[in-house]
Design a protein around this ligand. Structure first.
Ligand code: FES
Ligand code: MG
Length: 570
């Protein structure tokens, strides 16, 4: 079968001379004679600490590619460090995806190995791979090992949220809090809780885009390098078999990913990422699919933030395959993986080695664990809540709104002793959607007001058009669509309005008569709180970003352009 890269390297023309000549660098002649050119799209960066070890992973991939007869070509791509990048890494996900897509298309590449880890990196790589359509395999960089502080395991993120609330409640000192910082990141790898990075690594495998058995291997574990070597070999085989993302990322694959998302208790961020990936590959996935397919699936994995353990415990207990084996009957057997074989075939013989970490189907952590999709006059296009991370007593709740127009407004007033808030209030934060912030930051799990903390309150209902970190918890209604900056009803809520949350009934209702609501206009304070970028990526983003219910991709990036480039460069 001819290779895409033959278009660059084959023949006696001046252009082939130029393409080969500059790429020789001591390579044998055979490098340009029918050997698959495999890009290693690498998100390693000193500014993405979770992915820094991917340089080492790339070496093993290179060996595997060479061994199978291919030519490995490392391609550094845009990398997003969740904890470092301002104003939010999500603002840059689509930019990273676009840049990776374009560089894969522009270069003489036949297939690609995608190295990701930290939250946005795997989603952006998958979006890129779908839009260029070349054979692709993902290697999730894996979680870090568990650090401990005073004998207590430190769940990344989750422990920071918990300890900082304890400081505000006065139960630990600031010195103790600061002291715990050194124990948070024990080794290379991404966050060790069931946050977004862990979730997206595992879901990439559930989608079929990872060599089965790879996702969840801790970053420092030598087995990750062994799998990376094998993935390098596999990429070459995939090019020869012409196995493309569109054959793997079918509706059946997304079905399986949604089952997996519920069974592992994964991050709510997976919703926007899976919707965006589906949009790139042309699968008509909707917000309601998450509820319909996933909401009755049991939570089997006892990991923070929903439970107790951390990612290296999950791997020790049998990993993703063991979890999926428990819910095998719910999976779509038609979904294929990068190996060309169905996902379900790869689950055979997967055993659970620790029943504390991976529960039996009959003894789940939560019986119905998937996400609930809410609708109502406050979220006509939908909103998301993760009941497993919420307080049971708040899942059916009616309370008065306390409204904040921006995250800055929230920070300025949350601890004001005069703030009119009590344990039954519904805290509303707007201006945090894709357009309004811009970039849809993880701020929806607003800290509890100090005066409520002092009363022992640890959770109140919160409603926001932003996202929440996968490591966070609480009764938080997220991704409200349309967002306030796009003219959603959230922009019309006033403090004191009654809001009703009914998770069982899947309703989020603003109890204000229609005519009263129709007479209201968004306050000047609300509008002033929205970003209005004048140039650059932010400008492009605000003009083209879609709402959360369709994945917050840019409208013109939906779909695929394929890999063909018809024009030469000289
Ligand atoms: Fe990178 Fe959490 S900060 S995965
Ligand atoms: Mg995050």
């Amino acid at each position: 079968m001819p290779l895409r890269s033959d278009d660059w390297y084959e023949g006696e023309t001046r252009n082939a001379y130029i393409h080969r000549g500059w790429m020789r660098r001591g390579a044998p002649d055979s490098a340009f004679e029918g050997r698959p050119q495999i890009a290693i799209a690498n998100t390693a960066s000193d500014l993405t600490p979770c992915n820094v070890h991917l340089h080492e992973v790339a070496k093993s991939v290179r060996d595997g590619v060479y061994e199978a007869g291919g030519i490995p070509l490392e391609l550094p791509v845009v990398s997003l460090g969740e904890t470092q990048v301002r104003p939010t890494a999500m603002l840059w996900r689509n930019m990273a995806a676009m840049a990776t897509e374009e560089m894969l298309r522009a270069n003489p590449i036949d297939g690609v190995v995608l190295l990701g880890g930290c939250d946005k990196t795997i989603p952006s790589l998958l979006m890129a791979a779908c839009s260029v359509g070349l054979p692709a395999v993902v290697i999730p960089g894996g979680p870090m090992l568990t650090g401990t502080f005073r004998g207590r395991p430190m769940g990344c993120g989750t422990e920071v949220w918990r300890l900082s609330e304890e400081v505000r409640a006065g139960t630990i000192t600031n010195e103790e809090f600061t002291d715990s910082e050194k124990s948070t990141v024990r080794s290379k790898g991404h966050c060790n809780t069931m946050g977004t990075a862990s979730t997206m690594g595992l879901l990439a495998e559930a989608l079929g885009m990872v060599l089965p058995g790879t996702a969840g291997i801790p970053a420092p574990d030598s087995r990750l390098l062994q799998q990376s070597h094998a993935a390098g070999r596999l990429a070459v085989e995939m090019v020869r078999a012409d196995r493309r993302p569109s054959q793997i990322l079918t509706r059946a694959a997304f079905h399986n990913a949604i089952i997996a998302l519920a069974a592992i208790g994964g991050s709510t961020n997976a919703v926007v990422h899976l919707l965006a990936i589906a949009g790139r590959v042309g699968v008509d996935l909707t917000l309601d699919d998450f509820d319909r397919i996933g909401s009755r699936v049991p939570l089997l994995v006892d990991l923070q933030p929903a439970g107790r353990f951390l990612m290296d415990d999950l791997y020790r207990a049998g990993g993703l395959a063991a979890v999926l084996n428990e819910v095998k009957d719910l999976l779509d057997p038609a979904a294929l993986t990068v190996t060309g074989r169905p996902l379900v075939e790869h689950l055979e013989g997967a055993e659970v080695w620790d029943r504390e970490v991976i529960r039996k189907r009959e003894e789940p952590l939560v019986a119905e664990a998937g996400l609930a999709i809410l609708r109502g006059n406050l979220a006509p296009d939908g909103a998301v809540i993760k009941p497993a991370a919420a307080s049971a007593h708040l899942l059916q709740h009616r309370g008065r709104a306390v409204v904040f127009d921006s995250i800055e407004d929230f920070h300025a007033r949350v601890d004001d002793p005069d703030l009119d808030v009590d344990a039954d209030s519904v805290m509303v934060l707007r201006g945090c959607g894709p357009k309004g912030y811009p970039g849809m930051p993880e701020v929806s799990n607003m800290p509890i007001p100090a005066k409520l903390l002092a009363q022992g309150v640890r959770d109140v209902v919160r409603v926001c058009d932003g996202r929440m970190s996968g490591t966070a918890y609480g009764t938080v209604v997220l991704h409200v669509a349309p967002e306030s900056a796009a003219g959603g009803p959230l922009s019309l809520v006033e403090s004191g309005d009654w809001i009703e949350l009914d998770v069982a009934g899947r309703r989020l209702t603003l109890d204000v008569p229609e005519d009263v609501l129709a007479a209201r206009t968004a306050s000047a304070a609300t509008i002033d709180a929205y970003a209005a970028p004048t140039r650059g990526w932010e400008r492009l983003y605000v003009d083209h970003v879609m709402q959360a219910d369709t994945g917050a991709d840019l409208d013109f990036l939906v779909g695929s352009s394929g890999s063909r480039v018809t024009r030469e460069s000289h």
